[in-house]
Design a binder for this molecule. Structure first.
Ligand code: NAD
Length: 355
């Protein structure tokens, strides 16, 4: 299959492959759309089963960044990069520097930040080869890790979804199950705990779940059981595509609101959730806090400004999505796509093209 016919191609502007035999780097950079500005998106390192799996991931993620930045009212386009390899085994300084040179070859059309498998110190190594990297603390005053901002945005979105479904913005006693208490999930758990919510958590890395049990009185659940808990809200904060047909039939929660990208295994699940009365807060609308923070960091602006943007933008966009969904019966994920597309591609929106 050629790249152009790939099921996730969706009008990408540019897709580039890099193989550097000297350092072992195998990577792909995808730029989906730059109508609103240069593409900004994370660089992920993962031991993909095949080049095909890596291509599918980078295309889906990069498209998601276009929608996320548009929904967040940022002057940014969507892009993403992936490095094929196990971050625990194959990551070397030479490989990261080669990735920095690959990013640099885009002359700023694509700016990379950290993602799964790539941390702040990795970004600093790439920065030795290019200035087109973001999301790490620097002498220029950048705050670094955007996870706290992401967690805050998810908290705002989750609270709004609870208000929409249960008619109360008070989280006291609300039962929330969090899948994955890593950088974002743990901070979300802290905020929910502070607001009086009851927590259930699962994590394949047992120490993370135990920390939440000790510090936040969370109940630890086996990772395979998290979606069957008798709770009000499910917050997927681990991996993408965790909501599938099997999970759909097991869910007891009435709200889904979490940080993971591409939570629905396929788009039509949005309608199925709607039919079951489960309110889905679209992932890229409520997990945009991190990209908003990175954008403000690159402008040299303080967190207070990013915080204001996160609160206002996630509240306004999510309210619009929920109101339109309630009025039309259309699933929230498709309404969010329409809202975002209308911002980055108003012409095709006007012609009725919904991605
Ligand atoms: P992370 O790697 O720090 O945390 C993920 C956690 O999930 C880890 O503790 C991991 O052990 C756990 N996990 C993995 N598989 C699991 C499973 N099957 N069941 C239970 N736990 C599992 O990552 P993060 O930075 O916290 O990001 C979490 C999610 O949010 C990711 O999908 C990421 O793409 C998305 N996201 C993150 C940011 C950000 O700013 N970090 C921004 C937007 C979206």
């Amino acid at each position: 299959m050629s790249v152009f016919e790939h099921r996730s191609y969706d009008d990408h502007q540019r897709v580039a492959f890099c193989q550097d035999k000297k350092t072992g780097l195998k990577a792909i950079i995808a730029i989906h759309n730059t109508n609103l500005g240069n593409a900004l998106g994370g660089c992920r390192m993962f031991p993909y089963a095949s080049g095909e799996a890596a291509l599918d991931d980078v295309l889906r993620l990069s498209r998601g960044m276009t929608y996320k930045s548009a929904a967040a009212n940022l002057p940014l386009g969507g892009g993403k990069s992936v490095i094929l390899g196990d971050p625990r085994q194959h990551k070397t300084e030479d490989l990261l520097r080669a990735m920095g040179r690959f990013i640099d070859s885009f002359n700023g059309d694509y700016v990379a930040a950290e993602d799964s498998g790539i941390n702040e110190s990795d970004m600093r190594i790439m920065a030795l080869e290019t200035s087109h990297v973001a999301g790490f603390s620097s002498l220029q005053g950048d705050r670094g890790d955007p996870s706290p901002a992401t967690a805050y945005g998810v908290f705002v979105g989750l609270q709004l979804a609870v208000q929409q479904r249960f008619k109360t913005s008070d989280l006291k006693g609300v039962r929330v199950a969090i899948q994955g208490v890593g950088n974002v999930g743990y901070r979300l758990a802290e905020m929910l705990h502070q607001a009086g919510a009851q927590l259930w958590v699962s994590d394949v890395f047992a120490a993370n779940a135990q920390r939440a049990e000790k510090e936040l009185s969370a109940r630890v659940v086996d990772p395979s059981d998290i979606f069957t808990q008798d709770v009000d809200v499910i917050a997927p904060c681990a991996l993408g595509a965790t909501i599938d047909d099997t999970v759909l039939n097991l869910l007891r929660a009435q709200v889904i609101a979490g940080s993971a990208n591409n939570q629905l295994a396929y788009d039509d699940l949005g309608a199925a959730l709607c039919a079951r009365g489960i309110l889905y807060a679209p992932d890229y609308v409520i997990n945009a806090g991190g990209i908003i923070d990175v954008y403000y960091q690159r402008q040299g602006l303080p967190y207070a400004k990013a915080h204001k943007h996160i609160t206002q933008c996630i509240t306004d966009t999510l309210k619009e999505v929920f109101q339109r969904s309630a009025a039309t019966g259309e699933p929230t994920n498709l309404i969010a796509d329409q809202v975002a597309r209308n911002r980055f591609d108003p012409q095709s929106s006007a012609m009725g093209c919904v991605a």
